[in-house]
Design a binder for this molecule. Structure first.
Ligand code: NAD
Length: 386
């Protein structure tokens, strides 16, 4: 039996932000809480939304305290803010950091407990209700957070997630126009993050014919347009493709799961504050190279989805070429090929390994079950850059 979960209402397209007021009205909301980050206040997008809502007599409280890779304390503070202000609906506007916090705020605004009570690694409590209605509007093409039931938080030594279907949006609005302002470096990191979601979900042991369809289409769109989006931020078609690609990759990994790349990336974020996109990007080729033997035929499919011709290549040859192309793409978009570039000392490899080993939820989806020794080897290769 295959269970596939979708956000109820999905709205896409250049300029689709204009649909927002009508969607809010459908919930009968009179006051909304907009959770966003300081950049989106500075560039006027947050005020544009306030004005659109005010025009329809909907009040809007803005909180822009979101920081990238949010620490759990940020989430606890935002929940306190939401409990102190009465709103009927929550809008998350921003990258994965803003959307992840908006999810928790919407659910916990109406029920008791601290965010820490609901973390995956130490879960003590289960949500009792869905909380406030949620509308998510991504402004990066990367995390796919708008369609997942996951909220990722930074802890002292790693990252952890709250995972529950009550965190799912009621409506998502994916407007590629909002991503035009994303600088090249963030376009690159978030774009490879989305590609990682598509690839990891495709080779996941939980992949289904449905998730595989999302994964392959996401790979096609992202591999075809990422470099252009990085080099020409104003290229409309590239931004559209990246928005669809990251949304589809989100649906793919929400239903089939991410795996070892994410398990190894989380401690880089937690211990060394490497952004989620960059930590996935630097590790992607190394993890895929290490596990390649366990998923050669899928790597061949990925190679084709990236737009390459198989010709007379054997499955094994196509798998090797696929990994070479991934390495090249990561390099071409400007991401370092070694974790040394992020000031991670070799002496940290053992603690990184120990933290990665704790991510059993992620590791058990890898087609090759990785031991502690395997993980150390991958970090070692990623440190030495070969
Ligand atoms: P982000 O939300 O942290 O934003 C990164 C930077 O981009 C910020 O400085 C932000 O101000 C800026 N930015 C955002 N939109 C912009 C725009 N339109 N123009 C210019 N600048 C813009 O980055 P992200 O990669 O989207 O999200 C990362 C977070 O998402 C991490 O915490 C990660 O763990 C989490 N994540 C969540 C899921 C999920 O399913 N919930 C999946 C993957 C990652």
């Amino acid at each position: 039996m295959i269970k596939t979960t979708f956000v109820p209402q999905n709205i896409h397209g250049w300029g689709s932000l204009s649909a927002l007021p009508d969607e809010v009205i459908k919930f009968g909301a009179k006051t909304v809480l907009l959770i966003t980050d300081p950049f989106l206040v500075q560039n006027g997008l947050s005020q544009k939304i306030v004005d659109m809502l005010n025009e329809k007599h909907i009040a809007c409280i803005v909180n822009s305290d979101v920081v990238p890779e949010p620490p759990i304390e940020s989430a606890e503070n935002l929940v306190k803010f939401a409990r102190a202000h009465t709103a009927d609906l929550v809008i998350g506007l921003g990258g994965g950091s803003a959307l992840d916090l908006a999810k928790l705020v919407a659910v916990l605004a109406t029920q008791e407990g601290q965010v820490a009570d609901y973390l995956n690694l130490t879960a003590k409590k289960q949500f009792q209700s869905k909380g406030l209605p949620k509308i998510f509007i991504p402004t990066t093409s990367g995390t796919g957070s708008e369609v997942t039931n996951i909220s990722v938080l930074s802890l002292a030594s790693t990252k952890d997630a709250v995972v529950h279907d009550y965190l799912l949006a009621d409506v998502v609005i994916v407007d590629p126009e909002l991503t035009v302002s994303v600088p090249a470096k963030i376009t690159a990191a978030t774009g490879i993050d989305a590609l990682t979601h598509a690839i990891e979900s495709y080779v996941s042991v939980n992949a289904t014919p449905i998730s595989e369809g999302f994964s392959l289409q996401a790979i096609k769109l992202i591999a075809g347009s990422l470099l252009t989006a990085v080099r020409e931020g104003n290229n409309k078609q590239a931004r559209i493709d990246m928005s669809y690609g990251s949304y589809l990759a989100g649906l793919a990994f929400f239903n089939a799961g991410c795996a070892a790349v994410h398990a190894l990336a989380y401690p880089l974020g937690g211990q060394f504050h490497v952004s989620h996109g960059e930590s996935n990007a630097v590790l992607l080729p190394y993890v895929m190279k290490y596990i390649a033997k366990s998923c050669e035929s899928k790597l061949k499919d990925i190679y084709q989805a990236m737009g390459f011709n198989i010709g007379s290549l054997s499955t094994q040859e196509a798998a090797i070429k696929c990994i070479q192309e991934l390495e090249q793409l990561v390099h071409a978009v400007g991401i370092a090929n070694s974790i040394q570039a992020f000031n991670i000392p070799e002496s940290a490899l053992s603690t990184l390994t120990a933290e990665a080993m704790k991510q059993t939820r992620l590791l058990e989806r890898s087609p090759l079950r990785l031991t502690q020794e395997d993980i150390y080897h991958i970090y070692y290769a990623a440190y030495h850059g070969h």
